[in-house]
Structure formats: C-alpha cells, structure tokens
Design a protein around this ligand. Sequence first.
Ligand code: ADP
Length: 302
Amino acid sequence: MEHPLIELSGLGHRYGNVVALDNLDVNVPPGSIGLVGANGAGKSTLIRILLGILRPTTGTVRVLGHDIPRELIEMRARVGYMAEGSTLPLDQTAADFMVYAAELAGIPTKAAKQRASDVLTLVGLHEERFRALGDFSTGMKQRAMLAQAIVHDPDLVFLDEPTAGLDPEGRDEMLHLITRLGTFGIHVLVSSHVLSDIERTCDWVVMLDGGKLLRNGPIDRIVSSNTLELEVLGDSQAVAQALRSRGAEVETQPTSLLVTSPADTDTDVLIRDALADTHTGMRRLTAKQTSLEDLFLESGDA
Ligand code: ADP
C-alpha cells in the first residue's frame, strides 16, 4: 500500500464542552493497529470520524489515502465496520443475513451467495449457516458480525471492542480470527480497553488518554524496554552502587536488581562492566518486558 493507513492532522472533536479528541497528529502504517484507551478516552469518537459518520470539530483526516469527507464514497467501498454492541436480525439465518449484507454492499446476487459462503467459512460458521442468528451464542454472533464487516472484501476493517462480553474461549476465537485477517490482505484497526488483547493481535499501537495521544508506534518498540533484571552471585548492593556510578537506574528487588541504562547505552555492557568492577559473578540476566498495562499505570502516575 503506497499510503499510510490513516493520517490525522490537528484532529479535534468536542461534544459541547466535552473535549473528546484533542489536536491529534497521527500517521499509522498498514498492518494491524490497536487503538487503546480507557472508557471515555475517545476511541469510538475517533472511529466514527474515520468512517465519516461524525464530522470532526477541527483538523483533517485521510483513510487509505482518501480525504474524509471529500472522498467518503471511495473510502467506504474499501472499508468494513463492526460496531460495538450492534445487533443482528435474530429471525434470519446466518446465510440469508450474509447474502443480504453482500447485496447491500453492491455485490450481484450470484457472487453475493458465494461471498456469503466464503466469509461464513472464514469465521467458522459454515456448519451453522442455516440456523437463525437468534439461536447463536454471543461468540457466534460476534463472529457473524465480523463476517458481515468483511463480506465486501474490504482493504481495512474497523472493529470496535470486538471482544466485549465474550467468555475466555469466545475471546480466544475472536482474537485468532483478527490475526488471520492480515493473511487475507485485510488491514485491521481494533479498539479495546483490554490491553492484553491488543498485545496479542496488533503490530502497531495508538494509545489515547482523555482524548490526547499518549503513544503511537510499533508495539514491540512500545512494550520493550531497556530494563534488565540481574541476579548476582555475591554482594548485590556493591553491584548496585557500581551500576549507579556508571549512570544506571537501579531498583533493588528481594533477589534481583532491575537495571535501566541511560538512553543510547547498552544495559548489557553496563552490567558486565559493573560486575567486573566489583569482581562479582552473575547468576542470571533477563529482559524485563513492559506490558501495555505498565505503560498505562506509568502515564496515570505522571
Ligand atoms: P471511548 O470509545 O474511548 O470509550 P468515546 O469516544 O465514547 O470514548 O467518548 C469520549 C468522550 O466523549 C467521553 O468523555 C464521552 O463521555 C464523550 N462523549 C461521547 N459521545 C458523546 C455524545 N454523543 N455527547 C456528549 N459527549 C459524548
């Protein structure tokens, strides 16, 4: 794809006096994108603006290179949407509903039937296609919603809290499906307040907090840190002191030291130098992964 997936410039939105989005400048590359933030952070507002359902108060928006709202129709043809908590026509069979959704997207009847069958297979509902949607479990309903969102073979699909209300098994199935969408050439923007879902499915994260941009970047860069956990054979306090004198931040744990080097310094090298200084051996050295949860807690403290 030659364009960024999404480009926001000076994007802001207010509902009366409530600032829902505050001056966002964000470029997002193709891939699977996690939009994370606590309830009220502005995720749904942003998705509705990206879909052209809601006009922003300020700023400009491009989706798949299309200016919104100027090229809304072109964008809509290439985008799918699974709204949070949306409802299905419970008296229809999955097959009928999917054919209807495909025809609504402009696909001729014969091709619509084929496409309906393909997407129901993709989400694991082929066997159940002649059952009424009202008889489906919550997880099956969510998968039918996902099938509906991709029935017209979009380039990008927006999934707003797709795991809401699912039990652990339903959640696993949904997350697995989301990761598979990429293999069909469908880019994904998935919003969630459950950070571990995003860590499992996305390669890029946009974090919102109170309408402001908290982070925007590749997930491995955002969740990895230059903190290492060191267990020494000997006097850990002496090692801690040597590390600090070399500029590291050291947090003393009951059986280990958490060592963070200054930016552009290799923590590993710094530790080896400090061990050599103090003639101390090393029992173990492991990378300390920061989770998205940790990042949220950090920003909350700030
Ligand atoms: P999220 O999807 O992250 O939970 P929302 O985009 O729904 O966040 O909401 C962002 C902020 O805007 C919240 O403070 C919310 O109360 C407010 N808000 C959302 N929709 C409306 C609305 N229609 N009218 C007034 N305020 C709204």
